[in-house]
Write a new protein. Structure first.
Lengths: 213, 135
C-alpha cells in the first residue's frame, strides 16, 4: 500500500506541474475502477462514463486544495460518489433531503450529559485532529489482529462497527455465540477508550465508545 | 413504514457507500417513510455538530480493505485459504463498494477490448486536459 501511495504522490506532483502525460497516466490508472463503481448503480455504460468524466474534472478543479498526504484513490472515489449522487438526484432516483440541518442538529441529542449540541460544535481543524487520532488507534488494533491472522475477530468487528449489525446477527453470520461477540466488542471498545484517553481526547465525541450494549 | 436499516447503513447511504441493493432499498423506503428522511437529517446534524462515528471513519479510511495487489492475488486465488475467505467476506458480506469496483475492474482488464478502453481514456483526457494548470 505504501508503495502505491508513493507512486500516487509522485503522479500528483507531476500533474500539478501541468504535465499532460501524468494526467493521462492518472486516467489510465483509475478510470476502470471508477467506472465499475458508478456503472453498477446507473446500469448504463454511457451515463457511467459521463459521471467518470465529471469526476476527473472535479479532481482537477479541486487539485489546489488536495492534501498530498491523503490517499488518492479514496479521494477520487469520494468525488465519484458525489457526482453519482448528483446524477441520481437529477434523474429523480435519489430523493433530495431538506437542505439544512438546523443549528440544533435536527432531533439528534448527545448520548450523555445532555449538553446542547451547540456547546460541542467545534472547528473543522479540531475534528480533523480527532479523526486522525482515532484512525491511528483503530489502525493499531486492526493491524495487531491482522498480524495474528485473527480474521474472525476482524470480521466480527467490521460487521459490528462498519455495518452496525446487532450482536445476535453477527453471531449467526460468523457461527459464533452471542457471548463471544459481546466479549470481542467489549474488549475492543475498552482498548479504544484507553487509546482515546491517552491522546487526551474526549470520549463524548465518539458516541460508540460510550455504548455499553 | 418500518424498516431495518442500521444507523451505520444510513451513514453509508449518505456517502453512497452502502451495498448497491441496500442503496436501492433505502431510496425506495425514503419515498414512503418521512421518518427515515428525519433520521438521515439527524445524522447530518450529528456530523455538523462535530461528532464522529467509528464506522464512518473506519470505512472512509478503508482500514480493513485489501490492497489492489491483494485483490489481484484474490482473483488468481494465490493467497492462503484463510486470507481468501477473509477477502471474500469483505466483498460479499461487508459489501465494500470500493473493493467490489476494484475487483470488477481487475476482471474487466483481463478481457476488455483494448480499442474500447483506449477510446474511453482518450475521451476523458480530451475533455479535461484543458483544465491542467501549470504549477
Amino acid at each position: 500500500m505504501a508503495q502505491a501511495a508513493n507512486s500516487d504522490q509522485l503522479l500528483v506532483a507531476r500533474i500539478r506541474t501541468g504535465e499532460p502525460e501524468a494526467w493521462n497516466e492518472l486516467i489510465a490508472r483509475f478510470e476502470g475502477r471508477l467506472l465499475a463503481f458508478v456503472e453498477g448503480r446507473l446500469g448504463r455504460r454511457s451515463a457511467g462514463e459521463d459521471v467518470v468524466q465529471e469526476t476527473f474534472l472535479g479532481f482537477l478543479n479541486s487539485l489546489p486544495n488536495f492534501e498530498d498526504s491523503r490517499p488518492l484513490e479514496s479521494y477520487l472515489f469520494s468525488i465519484a460518489a458525489h457526482k453519482l449522487t448528483d446524477h441520481l438526484r437529477r434523474e429523480g432516483r435519489r430523493p433530495t433531503l431538506p437542505l439544512a440541518t438546523n443549528s440544533s442538529g435536527g432531533d439528534w441529542e448527545p448520548p450523555a450529559g445532555g449538553r446542547a449540541v451547540s456547546s460541542i460544535m467545534r472547528s473543522g481543524e479540531r475534528k480533523g485532529l480527532e479523526e486522525d487520532a482515532l484512525v491511528q488507534a483503530l489502525s493499531e488494533q486492526l493491524e495487531r489482529l491482522r498480524g495474528k491472522r485473527e480474521f474472525q475477530k476482524l470480521e466480527c468487528l467490521e460487521l459490528l462497527f462498519v455495518r452496525g449489525w446487532a450482536n445476535r446477527d453477527v453471531a449467526t453470520q460468523l457461527s459464533m455465540s452471542e457471548q463471544q461477540v459481546a466479549n470481542f466488542k467489549f474488549e475492543f471498545i475498552s482498548r479504544m477508550r484507553t487509546l482515546v484517553r491517552k491522546q487526551g481526547l474526549s470520549e463524548d465525541v465518539f458516541p460508540e465508545l460510550t455504548d455499553r450494549t | 413504514m418500518a424498516h431495518n436499516f442500521t444507523q451505520a447503513d444510513l451513514e453509508a447511504y449518505l456517502d453512497e457507500a452502502l451495498p448497491m441493493e441496500l442503496m436501492a432499498q433505502v431510496e425506495g423506503a425514503l419515498r414512503d417513510d418521512p421518518k427515515l428522511a428525519q433520521q438521515l437529517m439527524a445524522i447530518n446534524g450529528r456530523r455538523d455538530a462535530g461528532l464522529h462515528s467509528l464506522g464512518e471513519i473506519w470505512r472512509r479510511h478503508r482500514l480493513t480493505c485489501p490492497s489492489r495487489e491483494q485483490l489481484g492475488s484474490f482473483l488468481l486465488e494465490v493467497l492462503e485459504k484463510d486470507e481468501l475467505a477473509h477477502i471474500r467476506f469483505h466483498l460479499e458480506v461487508s459489501g465494500c463498494r470500493t473493493c467490489q469496483a476494484n475487483l470488477a475492474d481487475l476482471k474487466t482488464r483481463r478481457v476488455e477490448d483494448r480499442t474500447i478502453v483506449d477510446g474511453r481514456r482518450k475521451k476523458y483526457f480530451q475533455s479535461s486536459a484543458g483544465q491542467l494548470r501549470r504549477g
